[in-house]
Design a protein around this ligand. Structure first.
Ligand code: SF4
Length: 435
């Protein structure tokens, strides 16, 4: 009986990379690999990379530089690069770092078992195709092992929006929706393994069209899966929030009252230059309709400051929009030019000005976030228990609003959904007592 080989996967970036890393580990599991938590005792190391921010590729090269000595010590060690930097850089990775044996893009990781076979024969393996075949059809069914009660589930990939700052349409390709039947089957498999909540993933998830009813149709079908109590989805584009999806927020109890809806800027001039195809006004009217359907919904957003030619007035328009919306969460970044994107060659805003704007924006967002956290004190919410806390009797989980909640003297177990009363608000979490 040969000892199982050890696989170490390091995941960068978005939830979809987290999901892809799980599927890549399962694909190599079929070749006798088991996951290990440390690179030191691995037989294969896989970096699942993200290309969204500046210097993303350079970070991967410096990480590979740190791993190379491991290979000098253990010549049979295999090193691979997956994800969006693999897709963007391809063979260049092996040219710059000869210690790399394998490069695989996000659309072709279902071919990992065959690629691993080539490594065994002493070859290297490179695959950054956008294959005809649907990778999910070729991925083996998910293993039966028990797992955490909340899971990611990719339903759509790629994006046709071509925002001027974004690499996703180039690294993940055109929008592809998985057939609803496959997603329902995967959801049933996940529930069998202890999952109570799924987050449906897509680079432009609300453009999903693998069900006649679109994403709303898929959500209504998933809500009928026995044992699946909670549904979330991310990441959406304002232009694909249709009436059915808004209505689903009002009448599907399993659909959680939390919505991540990026806007990037509050200035119509900048939104136009970003090729976002909507205005600040249309975005705000859309949020009004969503809040009418689900008044207690918590909203989350994405913002870029310092986009080329952003003036003080443009930035102030962003601050005004944030003041009007009051986000429960929002992610904000300084613009970073991404190679190959339409905005990459445009003149940059003074970095000091961009830094200052980011600080102002983040201070405003944090003040709203904490205000909303404080407004939860005294309210009853339901929490999906995900793990034990540090103190005895304490359990941790997420409320329906995606707030992190510490439940004191909790008698519930992992996977239970319990009603609690919020007794205290901290900066990034809430404290509660079981009802
Ligand atoms: S919609 Fe999102 S993923 Fe698509 S191009 Fe724009 S920012 Fe990128």
């Amino acid at each position: 009986m040969t000892a199982p080989k050890k696989l170490f996967i390091k995941t960068y970036g978005c939830q979809m990379n987290v999901y892809d890393s799980e599927r890549m580990a399962e694909a190599l599991g079929g070749k006798g690999y088991v996951e290990t938590k440390t690179a030191d005792d691995a037989d294969m190391i896989l970096l699942n990379t993200c290309h969204i921010r500046e210097k993303a590729a350079e970070k991967v090269y410096s990480e590979l530089g740190r791993l190379k000595p491991l290979k000098d010590l253990k010549p049979d060690l295999k090193i691979g690069v997956a994800g969006c930097v693999a897709q963007a850089e391809g063979a260049e990775i092996m040219r710059r770092q000869p210690a790399v044996d394998l490069v695989v893009g996000p659309q072709s990781y279902h071919r990992l078992p065959a690629m691993e076979e080539r490594l065994r024969q002493g070859q290297t393996a490179l695959d950054t195709d956008f294959p005809e075949e649907d990778k999910f059809e070729h991925l083996q069914s998910r293993p039966k092992a028990k797992r955490a009660p909340a899971a990611f589930l990719t339903v759509q990939e790629g994006c046709d929006k071509f925002c001027a700052f974004c690499v996703v349409p180039y690294t993940r390709g055109a929008e592809v929706s998985r057939p609803a039947m496959r997603i329902l089957q995967e959801a049933r498999d996940l529930v069998e393994r202890g999952v109570r909540e799924v987050t449906l993933l897509g680079q432009n998830v609300n453009a999903y069209h693998g069900h006649d009813g679109g994403l709303a149709g898929l959500i209504r079908a998933l809500a009928k899966v026995d044992g699946l109590e909670r549904i979330r989805y991310t990441t959406s584009h304002p232009n694909d929030m249709d009436d059915d999806l808004i209505a689903a927020h009002g009448d599907v109890p399993e659909l959680m009252p939390y919505l991540h809806l990026p806007v990037q800027s509050g200035s119509d001039r900048i939104l136009k230059r970003m090729n976002r195809s909507h205005t600040a006004e249309s975005y705000l009217r859309l949020l009004e309709r969503i809040r009418a359907a689900r008044p207690d919904i918590i909203l989350s957003g994405d913002f870029i400051v310092g986009f080329p030619e952003e003036t003080d007035a443009d930035f102030e328009a962003t601050m005004d929009l944030v003041r009007e919306v009051k986000y429960g969460y929002a992610y904000s970044f300084k613009y970073s030019a991404r190679p190959g994107t339409p905005a990459a060659e445009r003149a940059l805003v003074d970095p000091k000005v961009a830094d200052d704007r980011l600080q102002q924006l983040q201070a405003l967002i944090s003040s709203h976030q904490y205000e909303i956290q404080r407004s939860m004190v005294g309210r009853d919410v339901s929490v999906l228990v995900e793990r034990a806390g540090r103190q005895s009797g304490q359990m941790l989980g997420k409320s329906e609003y995606l707030h992190s909640v510490h439940i004191e003297d909790c008698t519930a177990g992992i996977g239970d959904i319990v009603n609690v009363r919020i007794v205290e608000a901290k900066t990034n979490s809430l404290t509660a007592r079981q009802q």
